[in-house]
Design a protein around this ligand. Sequence first.
Ligand code: CDP
Length: 231
Amino acid sequence: MAKPKIIIAIDGYSSCGKSTVAKELAALLGYNYIDSGAMYRAITLYFLRNDIDYKNDAEVINALKDIHLSFAFNEVSGKSEILLNDENVEHYIRDMIVAEKVSEVAAIKEVRSFATAQQQKLGSERGIVMDGRDIGTTVFPDAELKIFMTASPEVRVKRRFQELYAGNPNITLEEVKHNLELRDYIDSNREESPLRQAKDAVVLDNSHLTREEQLAKVMGWVEERAVAKAL
Ligand code: CDP
């Protein structure tokens, strides 16, 4: 008998490796992986490109009407990449210019309900791995497996610096550190769906785990939950 499909919600601070484990899990299970952060980044990119004053509610509401987000699977990266009004913007949304503003944009109530509704639709048939900040608490409070990921701040800064440095050798460690600290602060302290560990989430600290060890641990949890669901 086929195993029942479940929802796997992965939340945590920035750059703690959520997307790596989410991507590997989705590939192993044949599930879709959705990077919810990419949606907030794409909305931010749209606001920046179109000079939207995101402190003005009416402007934000109007702008959201013109935003269409979708995902397209890229065989090479093994990941669903985000399309903003049918343009693949996966590359642009990783820019520091977007990273500097995204947490302010993601704190806006209208932006959150816009993104949350789409995320819930994407998971309506289960069989999905989604990572973000509020997936286990707000988007899928009924997810069968909720993981809260952490890693030490030093490890996180180093990882993100290495990623960004590959595309921009002018970036400094200090700049990356400041951005991560600022985003973690805003994400944890906003009014709407702040970053929190869900009560029923399991914690995964991967500061000292290899990719293989981390995947084995998580697959153990998946097995438990899928079996429990089948009973
Ligand atoms: O890759 P990284 O962990 O640095 O961030 P991300 O997942 O790309 O998310 C970028 C930003 O989007 C976060 O700092 C949050 O401000 C926001 N976000 C959110 O508010 N809720 C989510 N479910 C996902 C991201």
